[in-house]
Design a protein around this ligand. Structure first.
Ligand code: ZN
Length: 289
């Protein structure tokens, strides 16, 4: 299968306008759909299907970080800030089919919000505000950092192995809170025996991935001062499924992103919703069902 990036100087690609947070969300959603479609076509060919026609992607010299003026460096103008996980299976520009100079990205294991990460995002929010319309916290399925937090929550005796390592402990400690929130939500739905139900560990992991992204988005809303829901910049979260290659606001959701929770009530409603989802999809099975 041929994938062709084509630059036609007589039909230049106009710069994409993201004038509102809705525009920015739509741009990332459409990019993720293109990525998902591309992966599906490649997978079909690898699995022995018809190679089909080449995929032609209209491109521009600007997508390579070049300037139209010889010798001049382009000015930085991302329309979105993205905080994502370092996991090698979650490359953010590729996931959203974006090119150079469109996204300002910070990646750290577990997409947790440490001081240096926040400093980078604050810098961008203050100095690149002209084009900025969206802040995204992006978790992903199969996140090892969240899995480690789930394991330590279920078996605290393993904490000794990381207790003396400040750097690792810093990441895990930031995630343990949402694992507990997920546990409490499952207990509200299934009763005190929730932890003995089949699939409990997997359900906790799935819920904690979404809650972790949501909590970080909540924290970023306050830290960056983007608290006006109708303001020029919106803070959202989503999760990238490394199997389907789709970004979703919750498991099996049609929407790409959710706005950051703004209160304890929002957060509790989200944890209850996620508990309902893992029950309805059979990830967690109640013994009496
Ligand atoms: Zn991860």
């Amino acid at each position: 299968m041929d994938i062709i990036y084509r630059y036609d100087p007589y039909q230049p690609i106009p710069a994409q306008e993201c004038n509102t947070p809705d525009d920015a969300e739509r741009s990332l959603r459409d990019g993720n759909l293109r990525h998902e479609d591309m992966v599906a076509k490649v997978r079909a060919e690898v699995m022995g299907g018809d190679a089909g026609r080449p995929v032609v992607i209209p491109s521009s010299p600007l997508s390579l970080g070049l300037s139209f003026v010889r010798g001049e460096a382009p000015v930085q103008h991302p329309f979105a800030l993205v905080l994502g996980c370092s996991d090698a299976r979650a490359p953010i520009e590729i996931i959203f089919d974006r090119s150079s100079n469109e996204l300002f990205i910070v990646r750290v294991a577990g997409n947790v919000l440490g001081t240096e990460c926040l400093g980078s995002l604050e810098y961008a929010a203050r100095n690149l505000s002209r084009d900025l319309r969206l802040v995204v916290v992006l978790g992903h399925s199969g996140c090892g950092a969240v899995a480690a937090a789930v394991e330590l929550y279920l078996d605290p005796s393993g904490y000794g192995a990381i207790a003396a390592t400040h750097s690792l402990r810093t990441i895990i400690d930031r995630i343990l809170f949402v694992v507990r929130i997920a546990d409490k939500a499952l207990e509200r739905r299934c009763g005190p025996s929730a932890s003995s139900e089949p699939g409990y560990r997997a359900a906790l992991w799935e819920m904690a991935i979404y809650l972790n992204a949501a909590l970080t988005a909540h924290d970023l809303t306050r830290e960056l001062g983007f608290t006006d829901p109708d303001g020029p910049v919106r803070v959202v979260y989503g999760v990238y499924d490394i199997s389907s290659h789709r970004v979703g606001a919750s498991p099996r959701a049609d929407r790409t992103f959710n706005p950051a929770p703004r209160s304890n009530e929002d957060f509790n409603a989200l944890s209850d919703h996620l508990a309902d989802v893992v029950l309805s999809c059979g990830l967690l099975k109640k013994a009496d069902v």
